[in-house]
Write a protein that binds this ligand. Structure first.
Ligand code: HBI
Length: 95
């Protein structure tokens, strides 16, 4: 099932920033590495506020200073602008 993404070209800037696209699943993923656990968890806390505000939540895993993030839209069965927006926000939090 193709991604329901309206504008596939919108994906390119995120791929250039280290996100990877799983076309089979319809998701994007990125691993963020921080200086320590507190900075990693602080990132997750900040990102969680945006995820809750936008009602769009990541699939993520944290081990010590590493946060692995995967974004997809379950309701759409693939990648949507909501995933791209949250990915851009996550990148802005570490810029
Ligand atoms: N987050 N990533 C993601 N994908 C969804 O489909 C999704 C969500 N958060 C909340 C949500 N859907 C609900 O609005 C629906 O399940 C009702």
């Amino acid at each position: 099932m193709p991604d329901p993404l309206a504008d596939p070209d919108a994906l390119a800037p995120l791929l250039a920033c280290g996100w990877s696209h799983d076309g089979k699943r319809g998701s994007i993923s990125k691993t963020f590495t921080f200086r320590n656990f507190i900075e990693a968890f602080g990132f997750m806390t900040h990102a969680a506020l945006w995820a809750e505000k936008w009602d769009h939540h990541p699939e993520w895993r944290n081990v010590y200073k590493v946060v692995e993030v995967t974004l997809t839209t379950h309701d759409a069965g693939g990648l949507t602008e909501r995933d791209l927006r949250l990915a851009r926000k996550m990148d802005s939090l570490v810029a």
